[in-house]
Design a protein around this ligand. Structure first.
Ligand code: GRF
Length: 212
């Protein structure tokens, strides 16, 4: 299964996907990496592996609608079966969502529907929760609101900072995201039934995920 990975930053999830491919545990091929930031370390990682990269910066005052169209064009040109958001810090517009309905997934550093948005580890600490984790979900037009595919939990420890909690969550992200991609690739997870318009909190949604 060909995938395109969208990134904005460090790229540790991209690395986890590539490592799983190398280890033979993720039956997929990263055909392109697209970033909205030219300086994203994830781009270096992709280039070292010979993966095609594209950079589409969005600056203040830029035409957002045009950027969304260009992003959809760039991603679609790779003809991926699945688009993976791995630390991509932009909300997707309609053009990309329309091209890949139910075929875009994201990894988020909290147990959704708790703590959506860009500051999830800090909000988990501020909320004094005792368990947090990560969620892999289908992307819809909202911010971290799409149907949940799989989750992994971690404890929130006394003395945790956002950084220490995020680091603990990322260990689980690196395990969960490649596994979900693999299971989609081999047909063990089917995304279409998850797209049924039921409340995000419906627990039956994640029961279609075997063996995680
Ligand atoms: C991850 O924690 C992910 O959950 C969030 O952004 C972070 C990206 O990390 N969406 P990296 O760039 O993959 O290291």
């Amino acid at each position: 299964m060909d995938i395109v990975v969208l990134v904005s930053g460090r790229g540790s999830n991209l690395k986890a996907i590539c490592d799983a491919i190398d280890a033979g545990t993720c039956d997929t091929s990263v055909v392109g990496v697209v970033s909205d930031r030219a300086k994203a370390a994830a781009l270096e990682l992709a280039e070292k592996r010979g993966i095609a990269t594209r950079v589409l910066p969005l600056r203040k005052g830029d035409d957002r609608a045009a950027w969304n169209e260009a992003l959809a064009e760039e991603v679609a040109a790779f003809e991926p079966a699945l688009v993976v958001l791995a630390g991509f810090m932009r909300v997707l517009g309609a053009p990309l969502l329309r091209r890949f309905p139910g075929r875009i997934i994201n990894v988020h550093p909290a147990l959704l529907p708790s703590f959506p948005g860009h500051d999830a580890p800090q909000e988990a600490i501020d909320g004094a929760v005792r368990i947090s984790g990560c969620t892999v979900h289908i992307v819809d037009a909202g911010v971290d609101t799409g149907p949940i595919i799989a989750q992994a939990a971690v404890p929130v420890l006394g003395g945790d900072t956002a950084a220490t909690l995020h680091a603990r969550i990322q260990v689980q992200e690196h395990r969960l995201l490649p596994r979900v991609i693999h299971q989609i690739a081999i047909g063990a997870i089917t995304l279409e039934p998850l797209m049924v318009n039921t409340p995000v909190a419906d627990p039956t949604r994640s029961l279609t995920v075997p063996d995680l």
